[in-house]
Unconditional design. Sequence first.
Length: 298
Amino acid sequence: MPSALFVGCLWALVRAGSYGRVGDWSLVLPSSPAACAGTFLGIAACACLLAMLLHPFQVRAVRVLEGYWARWPATARIAGVLTEIQRRRWLALRMRAERTGTDGITVRVGADAKRRLAARPPAHVLLPTALGNALRKGEISAGERYGLITLTSWPHVHMQVSPRMARTLSSTRDALDTAVNLCWSFLATSVLSAVALYDEPNARWLPVGTLVAAALAYKGAVTAAETYSGLMHVVYDLHRFDLLEALHHPLPDKEQERELFEEVSATLVGEWVADLSYEHPGGRSSRVHDADGAADAK
């Protein structure tokens, strides 16, 4: 759908002749049912091709909106400015959350500030954008509460989740990716329409409208990212011991849990931990688990 929106807008602008002259919008609509069907199939085919070409760059599309811009000097400077803005907002939220009072408004404002602050990472690791901070909250705290490094252990823990949790994670991630793709699509459409309609004052609402739509899609991506970050915490709460079982490590006591998970994290990043024990009940396991929690005997 995001690709179809972009392709459809480009097709309409080209059909109207808006590039290079004042467009004739009466030429946009097909003149016959056959032309209408051909137009629909053409737009659908181009949208599918564009979506397939862009699919390998999905992670990069999300990371750019997260604010990982340090690779280029120009964007690194912008990132520094935006990060400072995010830091000031974080400090303002903390002041609001720490404000004391007994009246209803102060209590409600403080509770809302605490909720919003809990969805953001600490001030020293903030990213330039709200989307980046929403995802970073889960990336640096979901497993760290138990001694696991989230970014390293997440692929392993994710493979141990229950079918219901896997469906929930997949649905939330799809919502995040869709919102990000819509944001990029509306931004690209806004640029195309601004170039084509600069000499048509009556049609300048189109680039403005697509910019507003891009902002709404970005806000939806932030909301989905906050939900996904919360689910990452739930995954570690419920399935961290499944990781130990899959790696054939004995289950620890409460006092030993953090130490054991720190050792497991060290092995996952390539370090050798000599005293890390293994437990193989009944010899080599004869059951192979897949990502849905199913098992097949071999």
